[in-house]
Design a protein around this ligand. Structure first.
Ligand SMILES: Nc1nc2c(ncn2[C@@H]2O[C@H](COP(=O)(O)OP(=O)(O)OP(=O)(O)O)[C@@H](O)[C@H]2O)c(=O)[nH]1
Length: 661
């Protein structure tokens, strides 16, 4: 059952070569809360009394995460664990209890890791189990890696019907490089088409996991759940090595959110010492002093306990109103007892950037507050002010992927009532410029450009690079041809291909990030009737011949519509945008030439015909020369107007329609 030692010795070198992402192991921290609350105070569905938190020695604490591909049943397993341990009442209505956000419930996906603590009796002793339900989608890997640094082990859940998928592979390596114990579990064995033996073979072929170590459960029916809990107690090491009971207080802040009544709520791990209500604590990051107003645990709802002991996880509030003061990764210590800060989290690197503007400029202030509060709960988003002549004042936000961007904007709307316009997403590019110091905006020779508007003039560019990723695709053999075709059309280079069983193939492709951010995943899914799965890891920047594609209306470039493309794709992309614009721009009283250009070269052109006023309407009968004269005058008038409207004012609504994805 304990995979860690065996795997570490057997496949260490092989795995380290293909490690997914570089996760910074946060020094020492465990993630434990005690559970079960007084019925009088607890959430309605909690069932038992609050245990005395001081009675759990570190040896009887287990911190673990559930990791898996999307929809393999993580949240359902979490429901069953909460039920079996009495944290919530067993009820058929319990569906993904830990998916608390509206966006999670609507989309049926987890986007935010959630913590819940339970107690379980095993071998005559009571254990504190702290479980973290993590998201499955690649865009939320940050949440997974943050959660893993709080754990000593993981349950690697695999759907016995769907088998190993791209995200299973990614998550396995994430846990493996964090040196966590791995408990392999097959879920959905109740399904008619479940094939546990085939999936065990896949696990062996890919990760050398012995079939004898694999547990089989049905999270939906609640079959085999106690075996999983016991495997966690037996197989996951306790956090005893990492925390000190007798040392002065040290708190590690690893999540936070905003409560309109209490201000910022900080989720912390008590690494050393004990936290009590009323304590005076100092932030290592800001040096500010706070008085702790409220202390409690999550189980899974907030529950006040007044104390948190060594190794336990819980929340505190301290009347923090400024969201910038609660930096995830910060260390807090007791006033007068300054101590060494714990290593924080590695900054995430956003991969997709887009402009976000208020629908109505008068709501700029509200949107600013909404973005700040949401970023408190999602630290992986980067924020920078931006101004557009068409859309006004806004921000350029950086996300970890397109789904992340969609979910963030949906949360802005649902949780903060903000109405926003989101511009076309783009990826960061690297440009080496000459005469750098003389060029406005650029201080160094190599610059990262997140916004096509800031692309340097062609004569100043020495070379350009774009980000590449290593994509993992797992697909049934039937769809192989179509998928290879798709990857080639996206400038992909195949790196490896092999069978994981009789029917399924795993492939690795090197792909430009730019080619996959928008629609690659959707096309892959539709080509494979939903069966192929995709995951990617960053490979860094590589030289590439990139150009700025400008869109001109009657000869004037519209900055908001510029994009960066690979030179081989400029013509096709130009034609596509021109066609789209022809359909979207309202006709005006004069002709509009829509052009796509790179530098001075026009690559595509389309004309929007002028709206024609019927100047002959009042000219009943009469001589043909009279009618010709009227038409000639109209044409001359338009010529003048063309000049006048050379710089066409595109209505704001048109921009909104054009830029809306
Ligand atoms: N038949 C069957 N269905 C299951 C089982 N476990 C989960 N499901 C179903 O699988 C679907 C996905 O379950 P979730 O628990 O939301 O999966 P998840 O891994 O948390 O999903 P993400 O958070 O989006 O990654 C739901 O419709 C569940 O009802 C099982 O043991 N048997």
């Amino acid at each position: 059952m304990f995979l860690l030692p065996r795997l570490l010795t057997r496949i260490h070198n092989k795995v380290l070569r293909s490690v997914r992402g570089k996760v910074s192991p946060v020094a020492c921290w465990v993630h434990v809360t005690a559970n079960r609350f007084c019925q009088s105070h607890g959430p309605k569905d909690s069932t038992s009394d609050v245990p005395d938190l001081s009675t759990f020695p570190l040896e009887r604490i287990r911190n673990f995460s559930i990791i898996a591909h999307v929809d393999h049943g993580k949240s359902t397993l979490a429901d069953r664990i909460l039920e079996i341990t009495g944290a919530i009442k067993a009820d058929t209505k319990n569906k993904q209890v830990l998916d608390k956000l509206q966006v999670e419930r609507e989309r049926g996906i987890t986007v935010k890791a959630q913590t819940a603590s339970v107690t379980y009796k095993y071998g005559g002793k009571e254990y504190l189990l702290n479980l973290i339900d993590t998201p499955g989608h690649v865009d939320f890997t940050y949440e997974v890696s943050r959660s893993l640094s709080a754990c000593q082990g993981v349950i690697l859940l695999v759907d016995a019907n769907g088998g190993v998928q791209a995200q299973t592979v990614a998550n396995f390596y994430l846990a493996f490089t964090n040196e966590l114990a791995i408990i392999p579990v097959l879920n959905k064995i109740d399904l008619k088409n479940a094939d546990p033996e085939a999936v065990k073979e896949q696990l062996f072929n890919l990760f050398e996991i012995s079939p004898d170590d694999v547990l089989q459960i049905s999270a939906k029916l609640g079959v085999g759940i106690t075996n999983v809990l016991e495997a966690v107690i037996e197989g996951v090491p306790s956090p005893a090595e990492k925390c000190r009971v007798d040392a002065p207080l040290r708190l590690f802040l690893f999540d936070s959110w905003f409560d309109k009544y209490k201000g910022v709520v900080c989720l912390v791990l008590v690494v050393d010492g004990c936290l009590k209500k009323g304590a005076q604590i100092v932030s290592s990051h800001t040096g500010k002093l706070y008085e702790v107003k409220d202390v409690g645990i999550l189980a899974p709802h907030e529950f006040p306990t007044d104390y948190l002991y060594t190794g336990q996880v819980g929340y505190f509030t301290a009347n923090i109103r400024n969201t910038k003061e609660a930096l995830v990764g910060d260390t807090f210590y007791l006033k007068g007892e300054e101590c060494e800060s714990l290593p924080g989290f590695k900054e995430t690197k956003p991969l997709v950037f887009a402009g976000v503007y208020p629908m109505d400029q008068s709501e700029h202030g509200q949107l600013k507050a909404a973005i700040e509060r949401l970023c408190l709960n999602d630290r992986s988003v980067s924020v920078k002010l931006e101004t557009s002549s068409a859309l006004g004042q806004g921000w350029r936000l950086g996300f970890l992927g397109l789904l992340h961007m969609d979910v963030f904007n949906q949360r802005l709307e649902q949780e903060h009532g903000a109405q926003v316009i989101v511009t076309t997403p783009s990826v960061p590019y690297k440009v080496r410029v000459q005469g750098a110091k003389s060029i406005q905006h650029y201080m160094g020779e190599e610059v990262i450009i997140n916004n096509p508007v800031l692309w340097p003039e062609p004569q100043n560019i020495v070379e350009t690079s774009e980000p590449f990723v290593r994509g993992t695709i797992i697909t049934p053999v039937t769809y192989l041809g179509d998928i290879i075709g798709l990857c080639q059309s996206r400038r992909g280079i195949q790196q490896s291909i092999r069978n994981i069983d009789n029917n399924r193939i795993i492939m690795h492709y090197k792909l430009p990030l730019n080619e996959i951010v928008v629609d690659f995943y959707d096309i892959l899914k539709s080509l494979s009737s939903g069966y192929a799965t995709f995951d990617y890891e960053e490979l860094g920047f590589e030289l590439s011949y990139l150009v700025k594609l400008d869109i001109l209306l009657n000869g004037y470039a519209i900055p908001e519509l510029s994009t960066i493309v690979h030179s081989t794709k400029a013509r096709t992309e130009g034609k596509r945008v021109v066609e789209k614009l022809k359909d979207t721009l309202p006709r005006q009283m004069f002709k509009i030439a829509v052009q796509a250009a790179v530098g001075g070269t026009i690559l595509a052109r389309g004309d929007i015909k002028a709206l024609r006023k019927d100047v002959l309407a009042k000219c009943y009968g009469g001589d043909i020369t009279r009618k010709m004269k009227l038409l000639r005058r109209q044409a001359e008038g338009k010529k003048k107007q063309m000049k006048m409207y050379g710089n066409i004012e595109v209505p704001r609504e048109t921009f909104i329609n054009l830029l809306k994805r």
